[in-house]
Design a binder for this molecule. Structure first.
Ligand code: CTP
Ligand code: K
Ligand code: MG
Length: 181
């Protein structure tokens, strides 16, 4: 596979993992997952991780995966490269895993004394990637093995932080997010 094919596959396969965090920003609010509980004097997760945001993000990413599957042949023709379809469990794994990774990062941030919204460079850009890949591996192992070859994973790890910085910067400028990360 040439480098464009690798990057196209990486971006396409991760779309269901990119969308959940943004959907959560739009839909978030309401009851926090940790119910306000603390651990060692700090919130377990904080007010930024809500049931509604998590559900909305998971549904949005899963729905996107199903929609992408429907247009995979067309888009593959346009791109000139055979892109993967998403079985339901693959889409669900990527979307829910992205949310879980983000939640895990908030747990780590609170334990390290960072308040809600504080930046944690590196973790902020890759938490959801690690969560999405792990969850997809667990829920759809054979699809995972076919799709995420080593070059594709390397491309994901290189391109995602750039995309994350750009999309969050835009969300901040549009007034949708309180911080540009
Ligand atoms: N959000 C949500 N539920 C989630 C993830 C995000 O409701 N599982 C919403 C919240 O309104 C949150 C916003 O999306 O404030 C931005 O998400 P994020 O930057 O991940 O949260 P922060 O508020 O920055 O909190 P943290 O420091 O814990 O990351
Ligand atoms: K985050
Ligand atoms: Mg934040």
């Amino acid at each position: 596979m040439d480098i464009l094919g690798v990057v196209a596959t990486a971006l396409w396969a991760m779309l269901p993992a990119y969308v959940p965090n943004n959907a959560a920003v739009l839909a978030g609010g309401g009851r926090p997952i940790d119910g306000g509980r603390t651990m060692g004097g700090r919130r377990v997760l904080g007010d930024g991780k809500t049931w509604r945001g998590t559900l909305a993000g998971t549904l949005a990413g899963t729905a996107l995966a199903l929609a992408l599957s429907a247009v995979t042949p067309t888009v593959s023709d346009v791109v000139g490269h055979e892109l993967p379809r998403f079985p339901l469990l693959a889409g669900l794994g990527l979307a829910f895993g992205a949310m879980l990774g983000d939640i895990g990062a908030s747990f780590v941030k609170r334990r390290s004394g960072r308040e809600r919204g504080a930046a944690f460079p590196g973790l902020d850009q890759l938490d959801f990637v690690v969560g999405a890949l792990l969850c997809a591996f667990v829920l759809a192992p054979s699809w995972f093995a076919q799709t995420f070859t080593l070059p594709v994973v390397v491309a994901i790890l290189l391109v995602t932080p750039l995309l994350h910085v750009v999309t969050n910067g835009i969300a901040y400028l549009l007034g949708l997010k309180n911080e540009p990360w």
